[in-house]
Design a protein around this ligand. Sequence first.
Ligand code: B12
Ligand code: SF4
Length: 466
Amino acid sequence: MKILFVYINIGQRRFYPIGLTMLVNELVSQNHDVKIFDTSFYENIGGDIDKKRQSLGFYKNIENEIAIQFKTTSLLEDLSKIIHEFKPRLVGISALSVHYTLSKYIAESVKEIKSDIPIILGGIHATVVPEECIQEKYFDMICLGEGEEAIVDLAKCIESGEDFSNIENLWVKNNGTVTRNKVRSFKILDDLPKPNWDLFDPQHIWGGLYGKMYRMAPIELSRGCPYRCTYCVNDKLREVYSDYTRYHRRKSPEKAIEDMLYLKSKFDIEMFYILDETFMSMPKEYMNSLSKLYIEKIGIPFFSQTRPESVTEEKVKIISDMGCKVISMGIENGNENLRKEILNRNVSNEQIIRAFEILRKYGIKASSFNMLGVPGETKETILETIALNRLCKPDSIGVSYFFPYKGTSLRKLAIEKKMMNGDEDPALSNDQPVLNLPTISKEDIIFYYENFVEYCRNKEKAFENV
Ligand code: B12
Ligand code: SF4
């Protein structure tokens, strides 16, 4: 059966999307005919977020820039063309919360082009706020949680003309009512198909790291996270999957290596990006087995992200031997109390500084992530964040305006305390603070955002005008 997926991606980000990749590969393995409509390389979709961030010093200038070949055609005309020519019997859209507005627009456009094609919305946003998404008139159904098995079941039913209203993970509209099916158990990660990007735009292969472009492949070794930060979607995902245990799961080292080996040879990969949310939380025995196989069979550099608490000298030595080049860690805010009480990140400044030191000792570059404008933020807490960054001496510093996504507990607090009314578009937070905080003005937050890197790096300048 013919299925068209829409990869909604804004701000000219490269990277292949792992979630959609998995769905596509499952369907292709069942002999379905799949195409991708990709919004990534239309010049005016979402602006160039990375260029702005680069100008503020968050990223280094790229020495071997591989320029994006932008599409010169219109997004809507291209969408219309692919629908008329390919004639899909199902359209699937994948969206994060920042993409939700665009996903509604695409769905409306699909219905205008051909009103009888069923449309399914999946991805993080549909999973965390299903009630909102199912009310949107252009979505016929939504998928909660992992979609690999649900999409295969759905394609099979549509193809054979069977009723599809009872498929697990799906909420399906039917003559004015909605059937809300339960979410099935987690996917066993060793059963996933190999990632394969034959159907995606090859420009996604390029990724920048520390001033250089590489042929770069994202790879997942695990899903889920052992922590529960109040601003993170993981808290809500645990609720969606509350009937099941083992929320945080891994591929076996053998499967992880098999997938990487396949990608490395098929796509000539020079660098892996390990997508795991807290990479170094893996048990030491697992890391040892993975490392042994990685050195023997893969042998190319990689980078990832982790929590500072998971960084131990023993583990850093292992990943350094494997060829790890960069680890990013959230500092988020320099005030220990705010971090613990508001963000539910119970880690001391001392532990954070130590994590940066250990990585430096083993020649691994360490980046920090920081958020400005969280509830409880004051000028003083921002200065503490700057001061902590100065003690950690990150090789690269990233900062973002805080935005509480739907489904997170910090959002409930922000609404209760009237810091937001709840209908703000998350895409706004790409370039402005959104919360109205009683403790600091938006102008001050913008000022610190725009000078953040300079203040963290330049001791002379750091506290003038403050
Ligand atoms: C790696 C990653 C990135 C990478 C790379 C993204 C990529 N293209 O691979 C980078 C660094 C670029 C990135 C950027 C951002 N990210 Co990010 N990222 C992640 C991370 C850690 C893993 C994503 C992933 O591959 N997951 C594994 C796959 C298998 O899961 P999945 O994508 O959800 O797909 C499954 C299901 O959702 C479902 N599904 C998905 N689509 C569809 C479609 C249909 C039709 C169906 C039926 C099912 C379905 O089936 C899939 C397979 O099971 C997630 C954390 C997480 N828990 O997912 C955050 C996460 C997705 N990111 C997040 C955010 C906020 C961002 C940014 C907005 C940050 C920023 N301010 O710049 C940007 C937005 C990027 C953009 N395109 O505009 C949030 C999203 C929160 C939200 N409510 O939307 C997350 C959840 C982090 C978090 N813990 O809060 N990100
Ligand atoms: S450690 Fe990161 S991924 Fe895990 S709950 Fe906290 S913010 Fe989310």
